[in-house]
Each structure stands twice: as C-alpha cells, then as structure tokens.
Design a protein around this ligand. Sequence first.
Ligand SMILES: Cc1cc2nc3c(=O)[nH]c(=O)nc-3n(C[C@H](O)[C@H](O)[C@H](O)COP(=O)(O)OP(=O)(O)OC[C@H]3O[C@@H](n4cnc5c(N)ncnc54)[C@H](O)[C@@H]3O)c2cc1C
Length: 397
Amino acid sequence: MQDLELFTQEVRDFLAEHLTPELRRAGELCAGIYAEKPVGIAWQRILDQEKGWAVPAWPEAWGGTGWSLEQHAIFQREMTLANAPVLAPNAIGMVGPAILAYGTEAQKNHYLPRIRSGEDYWAQGYSEPGSGSDLASLQCKAERDGDEYVIHGTKIWTTHAQWSNKIFCLVRTDNSGKPQHGITFLLFDLNLPGIEVRPLISISGDHEFNQVFFENVRVPVSAVLGQENDGWTVAKYLLQHERGSSYAPGLQVRLQRVRDFAASERDGSGARLGEDPDFCRKLAAAEIELMAMQAFEDKIFSAVKSGEPVGALSSAVKIRGTELRQRVTELAVEAVGFYGLPYQPEARRPEANVAPLGSGLAATAMPQYLNDRAASIYAGSNEIQRNIMSKALLGLA
Ligand SMILES: Cc1cc2nc3c(=O)[nH]c(=O)nc-3n(C[C@H](O)[C@H](O)[C@H](O)COP(=O)(O)OP(=O)(O)OC[C@H]3O[C@@H](n4cnc5c(N)ncnc54)[C@H](O)[C@@H]3O)c2cc1C
C-alpha cells in the first residue's frame, strides 16, 4: 500500500514538473476522443524522453515499465485528473500490441521503436462504406503480383489519417471461403503513389476523420502482419485492445467542471444554475451513476487481476461508459445555455490565444456534446455490444 502511495506521488511530481500549462490547457480544450497530433506527440515525447513512460503496458524489453495493474490504473487516473492530453491509441495501444503478438523480428525491430518515439503516426484502416459492424464483409482488395500486393478500394472514418505516415489495413486477398477467411492484415506507408486522403468534417466542425482511396497502390509482401488470408485473427486481437477502456475517472473530472461552472455562473435574472433544484437533481443522478460505474470498473479490475475471464462485461462497460459520457456532455450544454451556441473553434486552439465567449466550458461544451454522439458508435456500436452480451449471458444466437 505504501509503495502505491509513493508511486502516486512520483506520478504527481512528474506531472507537476513536465506537464506544461500549455499541454494541460490543450488537454482541457480537446473536444475529440484524443489529442490532435501536434499536442499528443509533444506529450508522448516528454513521457518517453523524461521518464520512459510512453508505452507503459508494453513488455519491458520494448520500453514498457513492468508496472502492476494498480500502477497502470493510478497512472491513467492521475493523467486524467491533471488534464494531460489523451494520446492517440492507434499506435501505442492497438497496432503496437498486435506487432508484439504477431510481428516478425524484423517488423518488431523496425516499427516498435518508431512508435515509442512518436516518429511514426498510424491510422486504422478497418471500416469501409459498406462494412462497419459487419467488418468481415470488407471488399478493399489486394492482388498478389510477384513480391508485391496491388491494392484497390477505399477505407472510411479513418481517424487522423491526415496526420499519419503509416496505416494498418485489412484487405481482401481471397474471396473463395467464409467472409472471415481471405482477409489479410497489412502495414504500410500512407504516402505511397495512388493513395488519396480526403477529409470528412464532423458535425462539431472538427476534422478528425477521413476517407482514404487506394488505386493501384503497391506494397511489398513483407507488409503482411501474421499470415496471408488470416488477418481476421490479428484484427480481432487488436480490437480487444481498442475496447479495453476505463470511463469513470475522466467523466468524474468532466462532471466536476460542470458543477464548478453551474456554481459560479449567473443567468439573466442573477440566479445561479447550481442552486436550481432540477439541475442539482440531474447532477446528483449523474454523480450516483458515475459512482456505480467506478465500482463496476473496480470489480472488473480485480477480476482481471485475479485472472478471471472478463468476457462480455467489457461490453457492458462500453455501453454504460459511453451512455454516461453522453449524459455528462448533455449537462454541460444545459449549464452553458446560450453560450453553447456560438461556433468558436479558434477558442479551442491554445496557440490562437483567443478568449472564448463565456467560460472555457462554454467553448468546449457543444463540440464535446456533438463529438460524443459518436461514442455509442465507434469501437463496436452499443447495439453490437448488446448482441455480444446477449449471446454470452443469455445463450441467444
Ligand atoms: C468517431 C469515429 C471514429 C472512427 N474511427 C475509425 C478508424 O479510425 N478506423 C476505422 O476503420 N473505423 C473507424 N470508425 C468506424 C467505426 O468502426 C464504425 O462506424 C462502426 O464499426 C459502425 O459501423 P458503420 O458506421 O458502418 O455502421 P453500421 O454497421 O452500418 O451500423 C448502422 C447502425 O445499425 C446498427 N447495427 C448494425 N448491425 C447490427 C446488428 N447486427 N444488430 C443490431 N444493430 C446493428 C448499428 O449499431 C448502428 O446503429 C470510426 C467511427 C467513429 C464514429
């Protein structure tokens, strides 16, 4: 116990020294799921170079920390409480673990140090216009031509592709069997001839995702991760990493911000929202549900720690976590009232030095609300999670 207290202090001291006010502010103003590349990579480099904490969950031989589960939880919690920018998970949390599990020595030696240092920035090429929940129906094709594949097709909702120099991509290399068979997992450069990245602007006005087009794109066969036609195995392994998040600590921070705002701001008649019984009831209800969520996450944490299978519980966490995430953003919009209406993207750019109309919460409340509508869709929609739960728990097909 005392060791964990010392560790918590070590994390706090590190954050106090190295998480600059600019990075904290950028973390606070971010409306997306994770920080934009310039901010995220700047913070990742500090974590890597100052403390060796950029890839804490990786094996120690590849730069991991060897922490216990408790230490990982403390680290994440302290980062959230300090408003540290959320690092993009595509490289460190998704393709990195997949390369560790399925990569050749050459692939590990090439890619892992570049992910850790932030030299490579990765996009995820899974979804297609006709293949999202039913991912195995994907049609982006790679045909073998000697020592190369020639890729034709498209990927969509490709988050941060505009900033990525690499993509991990599911392609169809065989159409003869079940849809899951004949998919191959490729790792390649995103700036090859024949690749076009077109922006998709989201309802919040942010440019987070893109559609990527491939026309006669040539990649070497050494780009395969795992085995040709067995990319589904790698893809599923990677998705387990994509879905393993903890929601409660971050939402508690966001809810506290709403509470502080409601306590300080006055409406046109001088009344404080924080004294409005109806709003207080909603805040209290959200707080109670968040406490229950924290207890649920703690329970799962101790199951993982004692080696028990978590199974469909991670689907329940995804559903409740994203529903609560959306609820907290709704309360923020209610709290800021008319200040949520102006479109003021420049006020969310720390480098622009533009003061928001209303408080900082006013600048972020509406974009976060709009952005978080997607939380029940990405990383496996909540309907799909319910299907997984009903199959596992009720034995329904
Ligand atoms: C913010 C965001 C970022 C994303 N980033 C990436 C990325 O970087 N790379 C990438 O590859 N993809 C990304 N995605 C895509 C994401 O994985 C898909 O949106 C998701 O898998 C759902 O697929 P879809 O959009 O095609 O919807 P569909 O699969 O068409 O689903 C439409 C609706 O039907 C429901 N539905 C579908 N099938 C069933 C069923 N069997 N039972 C019950 N209901 C069902 C769904 O729940 C949903 O409500 C991102 C998505 C979002 C929103």
